[in-house]
Write a protein that binds this ligand. Structure first.
Ligand code: NDP
Ligand code: 8X3
Length: 253
């Protein structure tokens, strides 16, 4: 029987790349995100190309009721989830703490921490009942260190690291693996979202060096998931060769 992966934030970037890679590995997929049109289009493409089954559920991870109703209304056979990729997340703004917008803080905390928890609560219960599962949480280099003006985003990604450690301890007796993946700069829609559609500012983030691309992280996640049953990767930090720390990037121009 085909394995199943649930990927949050599959409408763009790292989540979308994971959807392609896991479909290529013949996983059936549950794809989530807010943009229903993108989810439908991706599901059709993956189904045509790889002949895998794809269920889509469009919801906002910040809405606890919506997370529950969407996931719990999936047919029972979709509850046999082998891999949960908690990828949905975002940054909003890059200002000193005193100049930060509390609405941006709410969006980051509600998405990156609370949304991840709402999804995990439901899926980890299914995994406990099944007696297997692997949870992959998208942290960040921002979860390993703090950089100027990164304040709240960095705090949310530190929380993802702490929650990953907590999940690993609590789910140990159920044989469920938990891995935190901490990427450096990956060129996706991330900076467009951080800078609220200012594409010139977003592009500058990746100028003068070769950033990671979404498939680099999808490849890493596949490697983690495909280790033997007795091996778990607790956490991994993946950086562009030209990036040493959150802010220490060697730019040629
Ligand atoms: P993208 O902006 O390209 O993709 C983000 C995804 O998250 C989209 O599919 C978006 O879907 C989804 N998402 C955002 N908010 C919500 C929400 N409230 N409810 C449901 N889904 C949501 O960014 P990346 O692919 O780069 O980011 C993926 C993850 O990787 C994030 O957690 C990010 O913090 C992390 N990361 C990214 C790095 C980078 O440099 N790009 C580096 C380190 C970590 P939709 O808008 O349709 O809801
Ligand atoms: C995204 C990478 O360096 O912008 O998490 O925080 S960074």
């Amino acid at each position: 029987m085909a394995k199943i992966a649930l990927i949050t934030g599959a409408t763009a970037g790292i989540g979308e790349a994971c959807a392609h890679l896991f479909a290529a590995q013949r996983y059936n997929l549950i794809l989530t995100g807010r943009r229903a049109d993108r989810l439908e289009a991706l599901a059709n493409r993956l189904n045509d190309k790889y002949n895998v089954e794809v269920a889509v559920a469009a919801f906002d991870v910040r809405n606890r009721d919506s997370v529950a109703s969407n996931l719990e209304s999936l047919p029972a056979e979709w509850r046999n989830i082998d891999v949960l990729i908690n990828n949905a997340g975002l940054s909003q703004g890059l200002e000193p703490i005193n100049e930060g917008d509390p609405d941006d803080w709410d969006r980051m905390i509600d998405t990156n921490i609370k949304g991840l928890l709402y999804v995990t609560k439901i899926v980890s219960n299914w995994m406990v009942n099944n007696g297997y599962g692997h949870i992959i949480n998208l942290g960040s280099i921002a979860g390993k260190e703090v950089y100027p003006n990164g304040n709240v985003y960095c705090a949310t990604k530190h929380a993802v690291g702490a929650l990953s450690d907590g999940m690993r301890i609590d789910l140990l007796k159920h044989g469920i693996k938990v891995t935190a993946v901490h990427p450096g700069a990956v060129e996706t829609e991330f900076s467009e979202v951080r800078f609220k559609g200012d594409s010139d500012r977003a592009k500058k983030v990746y100028e003068g060096f070769t950033p990671l691309v979404a498939t680099d992280i999808a490849d890493t996640i596949w490697w983690i998931v495909s280790r033997p049953a007795h091996v778990n990767i607790n956490e991994i930090t993946v950086m562009p060769t030209a990036q040493a720390t959150g802010t220490n990037i060697f730019r040629k121009s």
